[in-house]
Design a protein around this ligand. Structure first.
Ligand code: HEM
Length: 160
């Protein structure tokens, strides 16, 4: 994979991914989750993003989110995410090729929480897409806590 353009990057990202994640944060107990994540390319050129998680022991739903991933010609990514917990998020950052993988390192440039949501000050998401699948980490900052890892997941690309 060399000198990929934005349409090549979109095709590489497109797919469904399944796997496990681990959650942590200084203010809460560690937890595990099962995750299904999909990136579907629209004919309009954007990618529809959907994520859903469940409790690995009970199968009960946990967090889910929906959004759009926009990749421009300059290989800058823009992720628009809405969360049912009352968080609306815009993350931006570069798309880079690293050792056969495609890495998106995104920082929140816009973040709004609803009146009853738990406060969140900043989010960073780092996604690493490879032929095998997707590995990612999500950091967040809340009042009194600097950017700290909240989630780390490792998922396999389906159909491979
Ligand atoms: C970017 C995505 C996410 C954001 C912004 C977010 C935000 C938060 C916040 C603000 C808290 C409260 C921390 C505190 O008040 O001390 C929290 C706690 C928690 N989060 Fe997340 N979270 C995200 C994704 C997830 C995911 C994917 C899961 C599970 C699969 C998850 C599970 C939990 C759990 C179990 C807690 C502790 C209990 C609770 O407060 O509900 N979170 N999260």
């Amino acid at each position: 994979m060399r000198n990929m353009d934005s349409s090549g990057a979109k095709s590489f990202i497109e797919g469904e991914y399944r796997g496990h994640g681990h959650g942590s944060y200084p203010t809460i107990s560690d937890f595990a989750y099962v995750e299904i994540l999909s990136f579907a390319l629209s004919p309009k050129g954007f990618i529809v993003y959907a994520q859903a998680t469940t409790n690995p022991e009970t199968g009960e739903p946990m967090h889910q989110e929906r959004g759009y991933l926009r990749l421009g010609e300059s290989m800058e990514a823009e992720l628009v995410v809405s969360q049912p917990t009352g968080v609306a998020e815009i993350d931006t950052g570069p798309v880079r090729e690293e050792g056969g993988a495609l890495v998106l390192d995104l920082h929140s440039t816009g973040l709004i929480v609803s009146p009853t949501a738990k406060p969140v000050n900043a989010i960073r998401r780092r996604y690493r897409f490879s032929e095998r699948g997707l590995d990612y980490e999500v950091w967040m900052s809340i009042p009194g806590v600097e950017l700290t890892v909240h989630l780390a997941g490792s998922l396999s690309r389906q159909g491979f």
